[in-house]
Design a protein around this ligand. Sequence first.
Ligand SMILES: [Zn+2]
Length: 150
Amino acid sequence: MGIKISIVKNFSSAHFLIGHEKCGRIHGHNWKVKVEVEGELEEHGWVIDFTLLKNIADELLNKFDHKMLLPDSINYDDDRKNLNFTANSKKYSFPKEDCVIVPIGNVTCENMSYFLHKELWEILKKFKNIHGLEIKVNERDEQGAAFKNP
Ligand SMILES: [Zn+2]
C-alpha cells in the first residue's frame, strides 16, 4: 500500500521557445510545480516530512526564480559577463548572472517536468520507503505537463 503526498511550489522566470512564432518571443510565467511523492509510511506516520520535502524542492527551484531560462541546445558565445546567441533568427545578449542554462532542448513544461523529476528523484530515491515521484509543471493554471515514475 502506498500513500501519496504532495506539495506545490512556485517560481517566476522568463523564457522563449525555439521554433515557435508567438512563444518564440520572450515572456514570463509564474510556474507552478506540484511534487507528488508516493511511498510507505515510516515510523513517524508520514511518507516524508513536509518541511524536508519543501526544502529539497526549494533548493532546486530557487535556482530558476527570477531568471532567464535557456535551453542547452543553443550555441552560446560566452564573453565572461554575457551570453550572446542567436535563436529564432534573433540576436540576444543577456547578463550571465541573470540566466540559467537548463540541460533540455527547449524550455517547455514537458521538458521541465522531466528534468525536475530527474533531479528530485536522485535525492528522493535514497529514502527506502519512497517508491514513486510525479512532477507536474504548470506554466498557467490551465496548462501543464507531468512526468512520473514508476
Ligand atoms: Zn511560455
